[in-house]
Design a protein around this ligand. Sequence first.
Ligand SMILES: Nc1nc2c(c(=O)[nH]1)N[C@H]1C(S)=C(S)[C@@H](COP(=O)(O)OP(=O)(O)OC[C@H]3O[C@@H](n4cnc5c(=O)[nH]c(N)nc54)[C@H](O)[C@@H]3O)O[C@H]1N2
Ligand SMILES: Nc1nc2c(c(=O)[nH]1)N[C@H]1C(S)=C(S)[C@@H](COP(=O)(O)OP(=O)(O)OC[C@H]3O[C@@H](n4cnc5c(=O)[nH]c(N)nc54)[C@H](O)[C@@H]3O)O[C@H]1N2
Ligand code: SF4
Ligand SMILES: [Mo]
Length: 759
Amino acid sequence: MEATEATWQQTACILCSQNCGIEVQTDAGRITRVRGDRAHPASEGYACEKAQRIDHYQNGRDRLTSPLRRRSDGSFEEIDWDTAISEIAAKLAHVRDAYGGASIFYYGGGGQGNHLGGAYARATRAALGSVFTSNALAQEKTGEFWVDGQLFGRSRCHTTGDYEHAEVAVFVGKNPWQSHGFPRARAVLRALSSDPGRALIVIDPRRTETAELADFHLQVRPGTDAFCLSALLGVLVQEDLIDHAFVDGRTSASQPVLDLLRAVDVADYCARAGVDEQLVRTVARRIAGAKSVSIYEDLGIQQAPHSTLNSYLEKLVYLVTGNFAKPGTMNIHTRMAGLGGDGAGGRTSPVGGHRIITGLIPANVIPDEILTDHPKRFRAMIVESTNPVHSIADSQRMREAFAALEVVVVIDVAMTETARCADYVLPASSQYEKWEATFFNLEFPSNAFHLRAPIFSAAPGTLSEPEIHRRLTRALGGLRDEDLTDLHAAAARIPSEGRGPYLEAFFRLQSEKPQLAAMTPLVLYETLGPSLPEGAAAAALLWGAAHICAMSYPDSVRRAGFTGESTEMGEQLFEAILTRRSGVLFSVDEYEESWRRLATPDNRIRLEVPELMDELRALQAEDPRRANAEFPFVLSAGERRSGTANTIFRDPAWRKKDASGALRMSPSDAQRLGVADGGRVRVTTKRGCVEALVELTDSLLPGHASLPNGLGLSYPDRDGSAHVHGVAPNELTASEDRDWLAGTPWHKHVRARIEAVGA
Ligand SMILES: Nc1nc2c(c(=O)[nH]1)N[C@H]1C(S)=C(S)[C@@H](COP(=O)(O)OP(=O)(O)OC[C@H]3O[C@@H](n4cnc5c(=O)[nH]c(N)nc54)[C@H](O)[C@@H]3O)O[C@H]1N2
Ligand SMILES: Nc1nc2c(c(=O)[nH]1)N[C@H]1C(S)=C(S)[C@@H](COP(=O)(O)OP(=O)(O)OC[C@H]3O[C@@H](n4cnc5c(=O)[nH]c(N)nc54)[C@H](O)[C@@H]3O)O[C@H]1N2
Ligand code: SF4
Ligand SMILES: [Mo]
């Protein structure tokens, strides 16, 4: 049948943080056609090839269709929702009453496409007194957030680059051709690469697809970025390529930093990092000579040795060259709502005293906070929309930790590795069966937000997360009907009088019952929710978010086309969010806004970070060239490839090529080991041993090997028997291999031994 315009429905791809707007056609519960949505304000019609496969998520064979309870023999039995909710509430309440709510740990709250659930989970946590939380950001971004806090005054001062307009774009440990990370990535990379007036710079030990397009590729030895970036900064300072007006006028405490960089032995550090000194000098001069530079740091340095220091050095590169708060440079963006956990600083984890950053406990220390007889250990866990048994370092230890907990509740759409370790598994409706949105709204100068309407009705047996949390909170007695009487009355007036009286009643409740603050999402869901059109009750919390956004960034929201005084603009913004199916441009910034968002007392960027200065000095004594006889390889465990999408697709059939996720290595290493392309090897680390298929490629340096991200999932074949496809990377990683400051893992830097199988 020829597709007519009317049959396309607007939604988004949920496979990476870009959440490109897509339009889909459906047939009998299947997503049959997918195209980029040109009306989406950020992606503008762009979508990569992975979006075409989205039905593998929607119709996975291991979708959950009933709440499950573990039997004593480890198998699961189906139970009804009422039984599940009342038993879970009773068991968690028991843990709370016996050991305190702080012993109930919450992990997750959203993946690449879904953050509404995590917002509603606050109510359940508040009802339980659960105060500790974490999610995958604590295995990647917390070091960077901490550095942001030091430099800009608050860890929520998150910067974003403008790669589309930058004269020079630098990618450090980031392969955006495959992993994206900014809108329309491949189009932007091609434009950068083909324009002789612009430059693309890549720092990566692998000759990635992005590096293939680059003008300059610094092919560092794995794990040596601290040396490479120090050398780059050394050149900038020693050749006097820094922006003095910016450094003197806009930053503070710069002298100690510049003094330290002046002392860097550039030639020596380049040698340690395995990069050509002349190339480093050329790159430094190109950066310094550019009108605008944007830099993206990602997992290649955030999940490798010295990761927090690396984040600091990366930021110093753009700061000493004045690439901040100007077109094409780094800027502090608006947000519709925060990601991560609770903001309060200075907290530490209850057992090990590990630093909590943006409310998140380092993922790597979670087993240590469970596997102990410490009285404050975690005793129960709620896991939502994440697969930590697979994604946190040391899967074996994660399984032991889960087994040691008294109660584990997993909320997911599929039977995951983590769900298998649960006492109760609650089946969520998929992201195409409910109202959903993400808070990955990280762009500058234009920022967009997209509320997606369901395109299917909920699969039988499933509930949306807002409804799951409503039921849990109610069963726990966290919210009472009498708290909501006034709001219900005000909501009843909405059809005739609009939301004005409701807003007043809401403010009244907030001042009269501040103890209900953590219940706000649920309060809105229960009272405002039913008044929203098309069953969009889950969007109720966005009413609050829209008002806060309009109050926080009035000028930016006005520039995006919203008008009105006082609360009128927030109402307009919410209305647009509710009705525009392709997403809403919610803020347009001027470059001065980045300065206004700074949170330092003197409104200058504070360049000196004492804790990292010591680490920087100590580099002197470290030589990364030292050989490791027992584990001669560095394994990057978790490369993003065309055929990977975290663990969102569990069905291996979505992957057309590289079905089992080959281990990539250089031909010279393979020859030495006596293994051919397509042969098998055994990979051994101090934590585990796996077998993998080999793909030879000269894009890797000798001594470096790479396994993809998101493989090693157990999936039922057509007759129902489960098979594991590929290598689960965290069978090889270890909890203690992490950054000393932020606790972020060294997934890209796993010491390994590799041998041919059967040789
Ligand atoms: N296709 C696809 N896209 C994705 C995802 C996916 O699973 N699949 N996941 C999404 C998620 S959650 C994230 S966080 C992002 C991550 O996106 P990226 O950070 O781009 O992903 P990776 O491939 O894990 O790592 C990036 C690069 O780091 C390099 N690297 C390894 N060791 C080092 C080192 O010592 N130094 C340097 N400089 N580089 C090193 C690797 O060679 C690799 O090219 O991708 C997102 N996008
Ligand atoms: N070794 C190694 N480990 C890594 C990495 C690496 O590079 N190497 N990368 C790390 C990084 S950057 C990240 S972001 C993490 C990602 O790892 P996780 O945080 O575990 O996230 P995902 O793999 O994205 O899993 C998302 C989960 O959400 C479920 N889900 C999908 N839709 C819904 C929904 O609507 N509701 C609910 N309740 N559930 C849903 C999916 O079934 C899946 O189980 O892995 C980290 N782990
Ligand atoms: S995988 Fe990412 S870049 Fe590709 S279509 Fe989906 S959201 Fe867009
Ligand atoms: Mo990630």
